[in-house]
Design a protein around this ligand. Structure first.
Ligand code: DON
Length: 431
């Protein structure tokens, strides 16, 4: 199986290697010194298995791929409300280095353009620039699963060529948006952009986001799940700048590009992709990187709106017990329970209430559940009681009704126990 995927990645890489359009970023002179033909592709499954193809272990600088991670760190450290006061979440449709802010709030419109990314750096709470950078580097390294180092030549080159970013930082400072001295904040921004990664590292960072903030390689939770959801939302709408609409339509994965030639793409719950090819198109995105992601998405069905019919597959089986147990209907549920699946279970059982006296809801094969589904399923028994029926829940792991809850009196560890309780209730009501 691993050979099949490996061969597929090797093939898709060689098909796209023929593309030589685009140019190296030269506004940072050091970036123009890389091998233009470098091409690496890596894919990490959500359990941490990484496939690598081509130059997947060649290092390049993170550049703007860093932006969603610093945004996530700011959200994690000071909370969404404090971040929102300084930084919006609206796509701009503008170039990454546009000198722009919201006309009313004067805050940058999103954290993916330079103005927003520089603001995000300033929001990382620390005693000084070195501490701030240490937090950022440690966080990125935790997402990758190895310690990242700076490319000193790129850092110095960017610092020397940074007029545009200085203009942006001083503009933000004049609006009172920046938390800190603009030159110090910029210095940290240049350092984060100059951290060296490989496409394998990007795939691992993507997989950490795909796994709601748990690095699958180390097993460590490095970001809160709600922070990841918000970060991925902003990556989806703003991560590819003024080609965000085209990207979402054709590729359909939250992503972020950088002028170093990297792209990270994330399919939530499933995988992280890292690509490296330094020739850029007019919007600052890797030409081959974009094309290879388009092909991967189309050929492997990776668009995030390719959804399975979760609600249909939730109900694994519905059956009546025979003979003396007549009147007992069992609803077996499996998979992950979200609102739509739980709604279907509750609606089906309620609509069929004339056909049973007691319903057994067996969630022992369900994997995961969210709060909305939990509330719906926990309420089923009470709903049935209002029409003279009874509900019995099989929930050995306490996913619907917690094990220490006082509401567990009609909750059973096995279907046999629930059937016995339903039988005895039926016998009592018959008397
Ligand atoms: O701010 C800059 O110019 C760079 N350090 C990062 C820009 C970048 O990567 C834009 N992305 N495509």
């Amino acid at each position: 199986m691993t050979d099949l995927v490996q061969n597929y990645l090797d093939r898709i890489l060689s098909e796209h290697a023929e593309i030589t359009e685009g140019t190296l970023a030269d506004y940072i002179p050091e970036l123009a010194r890389v091998n233009p033909d470098g091409f690496g592709l890596a894919l990490s499954s959500s359990d941490g298995y990484v496939y690598r193809s081509g130059d997947a272990d060649v290092e390049f600088t993170l550049q703007s791929v860093s932006k969603p991670f610093t945004y996530a760190l700011a959200l994690e450290l000071i909370g969404a409300a404090a971040v929102d006061e300084r930084l919006g979440v609206e796509p701009t449709g503008e170039a990454f280095n546009e000198i722009s802010v919201d006309s009313v709030t004067k805050a940058p419109k999103n954290p993916m353009i330079n103005a927003g990314a520089i603001t995000a750096v300033s929001l990382i709470p620390a005693a000084g620039p070195d501490d701030r950078f240490a937090l950022i580097r440690e966080f990125y390294s935790a997402c990758v699963g190895r310690q990242l180092d700076i490319d000193d030549a790129v850092y110095r080159s960017e610092r020397a060529a940074g007029s545009r970013n200085r203009a942006i930082a001083y503009m933000l400072d004049s609006f009172g948006v920046l938390d800190g001295d603009p030159d110090e904040v910029l210095d940290v921004y240049y350092r984060q952009c100059s951290l060296k990664v490989t496409s394998t590292d990007l795939a691992r960072m993507g997989a950490t986001l795909a796994r709601t903030g748990i690095n699958p390689a180390t097993g460590r939770r490095v970001i809160d799940a709600a922070v990841v959801r918000r970060t991925l939302s902003v990556m989806l709408t703003c991560g590819m700048y003024d080609m965000a609409g085209d990207w979402v339509t054709a590729v359909g994965m939250p992503a972020k590009s950088g002028v170093g030639g990297g792209i990270v793409a994330v399919l939530p719950g499933q995988l992280g992709i890292g690509v490296y090819s330094p020739r850029l198109g007019p919007k600052g995105n890797s030409v081959r990187g974009v094309r290879v992601c388009r092909s991967l998405s189309a050929q492997l069905g990776l668009h995030f709106l390719n959804v399975t019919e979760e609600s249909r597959s939730t109900l694994r089986a519905v059956y009546d017990l025979p003979d003396r147990r007549a009147g007992i209907r069992v609803y077996e549920v499996h998979g992950d329970l979200l609102f739509a699946g739980a709604e279907r279970v509750v609606r089906t059982a309620t609509a069929q209430r004339e056909h049973f006296s007691a319903a057994i809801l067996d969630v022992s094969r369900a994997d995961d559940i969210n709060d909305a589904a939990r509330a719906l399923l926990a309420g089923l028994s009470a709903t049935l009681q209002t029409v003279g029926k009874r509900g019995f829940l099989v929930d050995p792991d306490g996913i619907v009704v917690a094990k220490d809850s006082p509401l567990r009196e009609a909750v059973y560890d096995s279907c046999e126990d629930a059937v016995a309780a339903a039988e005895s209730w039926l016998a009592d009501t018959a008397d």
